[in-house]
Design a protein around this ligand. Structure first.
Ligand code: SF4
Ligand code: SF4
Length: 427
């Protein structure tokens, strides 16, 4: 069997999606010869490109397969679970490269996915792959410089799309938008104060019924809101973070079935996230679990991350209008019903839809969200009994949730560590 036939079998077996993109190509105007790519009377050297990726990368998006050395180098330096998605929008060039280089080991590596196709066929499937990644804040975006150069020469629209996403996604992007999010929340604060002054609302410090049940337990936040909450969480004293850590692990153990269902929902239906019925679906899924409190609530019924709390928590307490429909806490429902009926559309409630819209605009390239518990659980650092900085270890979370024996072991280690230290707070 010659090398090419061998590659084809490997692609068919391990990269069926890439196979679809290649199977109609019988000839290619590209040639790879002695370390050179030749095309349209031009030739390019294929210099090696070996970026150093940070050890905490949660996934690699690589544009351009090239001669394959880059992929082999990446796979060699990455941890065993870090996924690598290679996107190639020039199937003819990929074909030429495959003809020349032995990729078989790399193509069979379970971490590698390879999407190859003409630019117009890649847009939708790439967006879908991105949504399923879930770890977008931890993605590293790479380009094979040589392949990008050729794609640019060919005016490849997918390369432009890739570069746009590369420039607008990534951990630094969520952090870079934090000042704008804080500005938005600063703008909201006086409106909320005004609402509280205007109406006989029962909200007061220590009242936290809304942090239990339907709002608290499956509070859904987007990556930008999470970045703000995470900052407040990181600013807590270590002993306080350790309390939250322990509660989070215990909660994971007691709600495993619900979280498995939730995970499945988020993994398989990312398009539902912006559906109007999304919240109702979550409520239904939460079932009896929803009586639990938000993990950020302390013993005195105060929010541990008050300054970093998300939009839902900011508007819920002050009663609000969402999609022209007034909402109010059930504690105030009787009094507020008549007042709001009398006022009609002239009410002074905060228009939360307008703020949600602005939040979405700030966030337009990170259109996914998670239940707060999932965000927390994806940051667990068992070696420190603490939360990881800017780490969204979805893989670890999936392992914990799908392999309860691992979770049981970690829980018992936590208990033992607590007993050894003789305290309840030190893990
Ligand atoms: S919204 Fe209701 S439960 Fe929440 S703080 Fe206000 S009065 Fe209390
Ligand atoms: S984040 Fe804070 S305000 Fe929001 S539900 Fe949790 S404890 Fe309550």
């Amino acid at each position: 069997m010659n090398l090419l036939q061998h590659h084809l079998k490997v692609i068919q077996a391990h990269q069926p999606q890439a196979w679809q993109g290649l199977k109609d190509i019988y000839d290619s105007a590209f040639e790879l010869d002695n370390g050179e790519i030749q095309f349209l009377g031009r030739s390019w050297d294929t210099p090696s490109y070996s970026p150093t990726v940070p050890p905490h990368s949660l996934g690699i998006m690589l544009y351009g397969m090239g001669d394959g050395q880059l992929i082999k180098t990446l796979l060699a330096q990455l941890p065993a679970i870090t996924p690598v998605l290679v996107i190639d929008s020039q199937p003819e060039l990929a074909w030429a490269c495959l003809n020349e280089t032995d990729f078989s080991t790399a193509l069979a590596d379970p971490r590698l996915r390879w999407m190859v196709g003409k630019p117009d066929t890649l847009f939708a499937s790439f967006t879908e792959a991105l949504l399923q990644q879930h770890d977008q804040l931890g993605l590293i975006w790479l380009e094979n410089p040589l392949i990008s150069q050729i794609a640019q020469l060919l005016n490849d629209p997918f390369l432009k799309h890739f570069r746009h996403l590369k420039a607008t996604l990534g951990p630094q992007q969520a952090l870079a938008k934090l000042p704008q999010l804080e500005e938005l929340f600063l703008k909201l604060a006086p409106e909320m104060t005004q609402t509280h002054q205007q109406y006989p609302l029962s909200c007061r410090s220590g009242c936290a019924d809304c942090c239990h049940g339907s709002v608290g337990f499956h509070l859904c936040v987007n990556p930008l809101e999470w970045a703000l909450m995470h900052r407040s969480l990181s600013a807590l004293p270590r002993s306080e973070r350790q309390v939250v850590f322990k509660q989070a692990v215990t909660s994971l153990a007691s709600h495993r079935d619900y979280l498995v269902e939730l995970l499945y929902y988020f993994d398989t239906q990312p398009d539902r996230l912006n559906h109007p019925d999304f919240h109702l679906e979550l409520l239904q899924m939460a079932g009896t679990h929803r009586q639990e409190a938000c993990l950020m609530l302390d013993e005195a019924q105060r929010c541990r991350v008050y300054t970093g709390r998300p939009l839902t928590c900011r508007v819920f307490g002050s009663s609000h209008v969402s999609q022209q429909q007034p909402f109010t806490c059930e504690k105030d429902y009787q009094q507020m019903e008549q007042i709001l009926l009398d006022e009609g559309a002239q009410n002074h409630l905060v228009d939360s839809s307008a703020y949600r819209k602005q939040l979405r605009e700030l966030h337009q390239n990170l259109e996914y969200k998670h239940v707060l518990n999932i965000w927390l659980l994806c940051h667990l650092d068992f070696s420190q009994g603490d939360f990881k900085p800017l780490r969204i270890d979805y893989q670890q979370f999936q392992t914990l949730i799908r392999h309860p024996e691992t979770l049981e072991r970690l829980l018992s280690e936590l208990e033992q560590a607590a007993q050894v230290s003789g305290g309840t707070e030190t893990l």
